[in-house]
Design a protein around this ligand. Structure first.
Ligand code: NAD
Length: 501
């Protein structure tokens, strides 16, 4: 079956999504609905029940009850692991359907969506291994009369809020790890890309997740998200999205002192030294900015290139970028799909215009493509200086800013010159150059002679305004726990206040 035929099937019958609250699929209390049109060709993809405040409060109450009354938090790790593996199997069994929905709503190429769905299934499998390995600590070194035991307790009810750029992958970076720890949750995907998260609800039920353990709400951030951030019955907020909304959410959640895990924006440098592996670095520069149409927290949106090779390297990047295939997400061979929302389209174009006004040179692209749907030309901006908005702020689109440096010191200084600190890449064949730079970059992830790799085993998160906390890695479940210390006294207890005579 060709990709286009699959897309046509969905065109004839939009997906119908409901809210999942306490194990039941339901309409919104006020009967409101939300429609999603495809950004690639503007046909109706899905119609959802649109949650409001009442639905959010019901979902939180269900998650609270499922946590306080069990059985999920006290279930054996082995049993939780079995259910998480079932979820992974369920995802793989429906991977083509999930990938199709992701592409219809997000606009990304369907082959890329499929790889993301498979990657997400791997995260559920990995979390299952952690469910059996979560453990505390003990101290037998505190003297004859004392034994110290440190327990890992699931933190409780977790609000999970996700963005539209990698909807299924990002919910899978959070939810399975929260579940592995024994938490219950309310999940809210971005309203424009809710489909795969709602489908995940179906998979979770088939896998054996008890009612109320996962509740799924489709709805607006300012309404549903706000309740999830502020409600006193929520113990933790796990948020991925923009730094601006993330900061507001942290401030609002502080009223009830929730634990927060924040995965936010980035303005990530790829630092290209003169002794780089030329082909690999050119390829990474192109892939790094145009993958997911640049709508990627890890996007390599700044190329910092050593001035001795800058002109030739930029020309090579532009030449290769001309061959990037932009088009319908369901057309074979397309590498860059549609921009996901019209708001994002406007933001990207206004950054290009701003760069032009600031005196930078639009060396390639810069315009909306004249065809139905929302597409932007792959864009390369040169003559950029560190003070320009295009060098400092997250554009979140297929727009590459090229800056130059002369020395290693200057490269490091330039790399660290934004408020963000999510990721960076270094391209050099010299071990000392790579290691010196890697150690001094302020970023949660540094790729050395590679770009955009990710593994379930390796932690991910940001320095500075790119976030708080880490996801993935062997400690991922610990983030969803509280630490409880047991002081256990052995033998007769001495009376401190009134010594016995
Ligand atoms: P966004 O901040 O606009 O929205 C993210 C989520 O927050 C959505 O579900 C939205 O509905 C919700 N939200 C909006 N207002 C809210 C409010 N007042 N209270 C509670 N929730 C609210 O971000 P976006 O445009 O969906 O995603 C793009 C951003 O996400 C970029 O900045 C990108 O860098 C970032 N991102 C970061 C990572 C990471 O791992 N660091 C990964 C992907 C995306």
């Amino acid at each position: 079956m060709s990709g286009n035929t699959e897309s046509n099937e969905i065109k004839q019958s939009p997906y119908k999504g409901k809210l999942l609250i306490d194990g039941q699929w339901c309409e919104a209390a006020d009967g409101c609905q939300l429609e999603r049109m495809s950004p690639a060709d503007e046909h109706l993809v899905a119609v959802y029940a649109k949650a409001g405040v009442v639905d959010a409060e019901r979902a939180i109450a269900a998650a609270r009850k499922a946590f306080d009354k069990g059985p999920w938090p006290m279930m054996k790790g082995a049993e939780r692991a079995r259910i998480l593996r079932n979820v992974a199997d369920g995802i793989l069994a429906r991977k083509h359907e999930l990938a199709r929905m992701e592409s219809l709503e997000n606009g990304k190429p369907v082959a890329q969506s499929l790889a993301e769905i498979e990657g997400a299934a791997d995260l559920w499998q990995y979390a299952a291994t952690l469910a059996r390995n979560l453990h505390g600590d003990s101290y037998n070194t505190l003297g004859e009369a004392t034994l110290g035991v440190v327990l890992r307790d699931p933190i409780g009810v977790v609000s999970i809020i996700t963005p539209w750029n990698f909807p299924f992958l990002i919910v899978s970076q959070k939810l399975p790890f929260a579940l592995a720890a024994g938490c219950t949750s309310i999940v809210k995907p971005a309203e424009v890309t809710s489909g795969t998260t709602v489908m995940l609800g179906e998979i979770l039920q088939e896998a054996g997740i008890p009612p109320g353990v996962v509740n799924i709400l489709v709805g607006r951030g300012s309404v549903v998200g706000d309740v999830m951030v502020t409600h006193p019955d929520v113990d933790m907020l796990s948020f991925t999205g923009s730094t601006a909304v993330g900061k507001q959410a942290v401030a609002k959640s502080a009223a009830t002192l929730k634990k927060v895990s924040m995965e936010l924006g980035g303005k990530n440098p790829q630092i290209v030294f003169a002794d780089c592996d030329w082909d690999a670095a050119v390829d990474a520069a192109v892939y790094g900015i145009f993958f997911n149409a640049g709508q990627c927290c890890n996007s390599g949106s700044r190329i910092l290139v050593q001035d001795s090779i800058a002109e030739k390297f930029t020309a090579a990047v532009i030449e290769r970028s001309k061959h990037v295939r932009v088009g319908d997400p369901f057309e074979a061979g397309v590498q860059v799909g549609a921009i996901t929302t019209d708001k994002q389209m406007d933001t990207i174009l206004s950054y290009v215009e701003g760069a032009r006004k600031d005196g930078a040179h639009i060396a390639m692209g810069g315009s909306r493509i004249d065809r139905p749907g929302m597409y932007i030309e792959p864009t390369v901006v040169t003559g950029v200086t560190r003070d320009m908005a295009i060098a400092k702020e997250e554009v979140f689109g297929p727009v590459l800013a090229v800056l130059t440096f002369s020395t290693l010191e200057e490269a490091i200084d330039l790399a660290n010159s934004t408020l963000y600190g999510l990721s960076a890449a270094i391209w050099s064949k010299d071990f000392n150059t790579c290691m010196t730079t890697a150690r001094r970059i302020k970023a949660g992830t540094v790729w050395v002679n590679t770009f955009l790799e990710g593994h379930a085993e390796l932690p991910f998160g940001g320095y500075r305004e790119s976030g708080i906390g880490r996801e993935l890695g062997r400690l991922a479940t610990e983030d969803y726990t509280e630490t409880k210390t047991l002081h256990m006294h052995l033998g007769p207890r001495t009376d401190w206040y009134v010594p016995k005579s």
